[in-house]
Ligand binder design. Structure first.
Ligand code: ZN
Length: 361
């Protein structure tokens, strides 16, 4: 972490601890504009199904429950669709917090749903159509499996040998994060995906078993979508970096993912066109979600596929005036500090942003 980043993190912690610890956040919360804070994570920590995933993709059930209970005291806990509909209708009442989970991991049914039932909270789960409905192994998890088996250096050697001397070849990379970044942003997606799948099989892995261990099955996804506190949304077919695709490629991924979910749920209200917000299937999350992971074409592509909004992974709170195709979200994992997420929910960081100070991004 650079010095500038460390100073910012220190100031953020100090400001949030002061606001939260003194109770001033309640006053700020009452004076701030009506708002919707969207939280995002991937998994409730469950060693049996998601033990191999990166730590920042997981949150323990105890920590998640504590965050939801604390925020639920002064906010309504809603799904993303409900929250947006209420903002638009001007019927906010208390400000709102919406929990979202990306990709469609198995714990979302087995661990998250019972937790939501205990706390009275709700969640929106964004499903990858390819992995959940078509049972195809996403490249990132093919890579994760290979790195787990061979280590990053040997995995890079094998991928480089498969890809040949092309842009995005990871020749010479020895660190897992750098390997992931190179393959994510520099490699040709189709060649990368084919190379990784072939390498998993060559190393004795079974792609369908890897998918089955991590992701909800089709039956589990149906059960999840039918659970009371859950809204499901779209997350493309194969989780690409949309900005690396032309418009046709983006349409194939976004509309294709929606079609896979529609077929899976066989419900005509899923992504079938303009429909009331809050209806399952009408919310979308950009894969990876940073502003460079999609482009100026992406919102139109998402809207044409029938989605009423799209969420990013940039922090902040959302108001009625926020672009519905660039909604902000706050990350939650075991490193998430309650006083910081609580300060964002109360509008405390927004207050500083209006003064030109951003302690979060
Ligand atoms: Zn995702």
């Amino acid at each position: 972490m650079g010095l500038k980043h460390r100073i910012k993190a220190g100031l953020r912690g100090l400001y949030a601890r002061t606001l939260w610890g003194s109770g001033v956040h309640r006053v700020v919360g009452r004076l701030s504009r009506p708002r919707l804070l969207v939280l995002y994570g991937h998994c409730v920590d469950q060693p049996a199904t998601n033990g191999a995933l990166d730590a920042d993709m997981k949150i323990s059930s105890g920590r998640l429950e504590a965050i939801l209970e604390a925020l639920g005291k002064s906010h309504d806990l809603v799904t993303l669709g409900e929250g947006l509909a209420r903002l638009r209708a001007g019927k906010v009442g208390r400000s709102m917090v919406a929990l979202t989970m990306d990709d469609g991991y198995r714990d979302n049914l087995h661990d998250l749903v019972p937790l939501l039932e205990r706390t009275g909270a709700k969640a929106t789960v964004f499903l990858e159509g390819g992995a959940v409905a078509a049972r195809s192994l996403p490249w990132l998890h093919a890579l994760g499996w290979l790195v787990g088996q061979l280590g990053p250096a040997e995995a890079a050697v094998r991928v480089a040998a498969r890809l040949g001397d092309v842009p995005g070849s990871p020749a010479g990379i020895t660190e897992a994060g750098a390997l992931k970044r190179t393959l994510k942003y520099d490699a040709d997606p189709a060649r990368r995906d084919a190379a990784l799948l072939a390498l998993v099989e060559e190393a004795g892995g079974d792609p369908s078993e890897i998918v089955a261990a991590l992701y909800l099955s089709r039956e589990e996804a149906r059960e999840l979508a039918a659970a009371g506190p859950i809204e499901v949304g779209g997350h493309t077919a194969h989780h690409p970096v949309l900005s690396r695709l032309d418009v046709t490629g983006q349409q194939r991924e976004v509309a294709g993912g929606a079609a896979l979910l529609r077929e899976l749920f066989a419900e005509d209200d899923l992504a079938a066109g303009p429909a009331p917000l809050g209806t399952s299937g009408h919310v979308f999350a950009y894969p990876y979600g940073r502003r460079w992971d999609f482009d100026e074409q992406s919102p139109g592509v998402v809207q044409s596929a029938g989605y009423a909004c799209a969420v990013t992974t940039h922090a902040g709170v959302n108001h009625v005036s926020t672009d519905p195709y660039r909604l902000k979200r706050w990350p939650i994992h075991d490193g998430t500090a309650l006083h910081e997420v609580g300060t964002e929910a109360a509008g405390g960081f927004e207050l500083l942003r209006r003064l030109g100070i951003d302690l979060v991004e």
